[in-house]
Design a protein around this ligand. Structure first.
Ligand code: SAM
Length: 333
C-alpha cells in the first residue's frame, strides 16, 4: 500500500477530507441554490462501499480527519452506516469523524452518531427568527433544527454553529445569534457568502464583508484575537462578555489559502482540490477501474499536482456570473 503523505506543489500537507455523501438537500437556502435546483440521478452517486474504500485510500495517505457533508448528509438513508464504519478508525488512523448538517434530521440521529464515535458536529443556522428562517431556506423548519441542536448536545456531541452573514437579511440579528449560541455553550463562526453557482437573486445584494460586522460587534463587546487554530480558514476571537468563541471565515476580504490542508470529494467521486477552483480529478473512475489501491493512489497524486495555490473569489458588480458554476451543495460545503 502506498503510504506517501499527500503534499501538494506548495508544500501543504493534506490531512483533512471533506466528503459529500449526497448533493440532495431538504432545504433550499437562497444563497446556496435556486428554488428549482436540479439534483443528480442517484445512480451517479458513490455507493456506501465506494465511499468507505475512498476514505481508506485517503487515510492510508495520511488523512486524519473526515467530515461528511453534502447536500444534506442526513437525508442519505445509509449515512449512519458510513459513520459507524469510519467511527471504528477513530483513534487508530483517524483523529476525528465529523459532520456538517443543517440540523433538520439531527434529533433522530444524534444518539446513534454519538455511539458511532462522533464527538463534534457543525450545524448551519443563519437565523433564530422562524419567519426569516422560512424565507431564507424556503422551508418552515426552524423548530426541527433547534430540536436537533438540543439533541446533539444531550447526546454529548459538541455543536459549532455556522452562520452565513447576509446583508439586509440576518445582518441586524448577528449579535443576538452569537449571544444565544454562547449562552447555549456553542461556538459560532460567521462566513462571507461566496460566489458559487447561480442563485435566484443577485449575490452582491446580500454580500456582507465581515470586517464591517466585526466593527459592529466591537461596539458591543470586547473581542480578543485568539490563538485557537483548527487548521481551517477561520480566525478566532474570544468575547469576554459572553465567555464564548467567535470564528470569522473571510474568503473574500482576507485570503486564507496559505495553510490549506484539505480536499473535497463530491458524492459522485469528483475530487476538487480547491473549493474555488475548476480543477477536478475523477476518483469514481479510479475506484471502478481498479479494485486495488493503485488507480486511486495515482488519481490522488494527480490531484496534488493540480491543487492551485489559492482561490480567486470576488463579488464586484451586479449581473456578474458566479466565480464558479458549481454550487457549494455539489462540491460539499
Ligand atoms: N447541508 C449541510 C449544511 O447545511 O451544513 C451541508 C452542506 S451546506 C452546502 C454547507 C455550508 O455551506 C452551510 O453552512 C451553508 O450555509 C454554506 N453555504 C452554501 N452556499 C454558500 C455560499 N455560496 N457561500 C457561503 N456559504 C455557503
Amino acid at each position: 500500500m502506498n503510504t506517501r503523505p499527500l503534499i501538494d506543489a506548495f508544500q501543504r500537507r493534506i490531512t483533512y477530507l471533506r466528503l459529500s455523501v449526497t448533493d440532495r438537500c431538504d432545504l433550499r437556502c437562497s444563497y446556496c441554490m435556486p428554488e428549482m435546483m436540479r439534483f443528480l440521478p442517484k445512480k451517479e452517486v458513490l455507493s456506501l462501499e465506494e465511499l468507505h474504500r475512498l476514505s481508506l485510500g485517503f487515510m492510508a495517505r495520511g488523512v486524519r480527519k473526515i467530515r461528511l457533508t453534502g447536500g444534506e448528509p442526513l437525508v442519505r438513508r445509509d449515512m449512519i452506516d458510513l459513520v459507524r464504519a469510519l467511527g471504528r478508525h477513530v483513534g487508530e488512523g483517524l483523529d476525528e469523524i465529523t459532520l456538517t448538517t443543517n440540523g433538520t434530521q439531527l434529533a433522530r440521529h444524534a444518539d446513534e452518531m454519538a455511539r458511532a464515535g462522533m464527538r463534534r458536529v457543525n450545524v448551519s443556522l443563519d437565523t433564530l427568527d422562524p419567519a426569516r428562517f422560512a424565507q431564507l431556506t424556503r422551508r418552515d423548519a426552524l423548530d426541527q433544527v433547534l430540536e436537533g441542536i438540543a439533541a446533539a448536545k444531550a447526546a454529548g456531541i459538541a455543536v459549532k454553529l455556522n452562520t452565513v452573514a447576509l446583508k439586509g437579511i440576518n445582518e441586524g440579528e448577528l449579535p443576538d445569534l452569537i449571544a444565544w449560541a454562547h449562552g447555549q455553550g456553542h461556538a459560532i463562526t460567521l462566513i462571507e457568502t461566496m460566489p458559487l453557482g447561480e442563485v435566484d437573486g443577485e449575490r452582491i445584494d446580500s454580500y456582507l464583508p465581515l470586517d464591517s460586522v466585526r466593527t459592529q460587534l466591537e461596539a458591543r463587546w470586547k473581542l480578543t484575537p485568539s490563538d485557537h487554530r483548527t487548521g481551517g480558514p477561520a480566525r478566532y476571537y474570544d468575547i469576554a462578555e459572553t465567555g464564548g468563541r467567535l470564528g470569522l471565515i473571510t474568503p473574500l476580504t482576507e485570503n486564507f489559502c496559505g495553510s490549506c490542508n484539505r480536499m473535497r470529494v463530491t458524492a459522485t467521486g469528483q475530487l476538487y482540490p480547491c473549493l474555488g477552483g475548476g480543477e477536478a480529478v475523477d476518483l469514481r473512475a479510479a475506484l471502478r477501474s481498479d479494485p486495488g489501491p493503485h488507480a486511486l493512489d495515482a488519481a490522488l497524486d494527480r490531484a496534488l499536482a493540480v491543487k492551485p495555490e489559492r482561490h480567486s473569489f470576488a463579488i464586484r458588480t451586479r449581473g456578474e456570473a458566479p466565480a464558479l458554476a458549481r454550487h457549494m451543495s455539489v462540491t460539499g460545503g
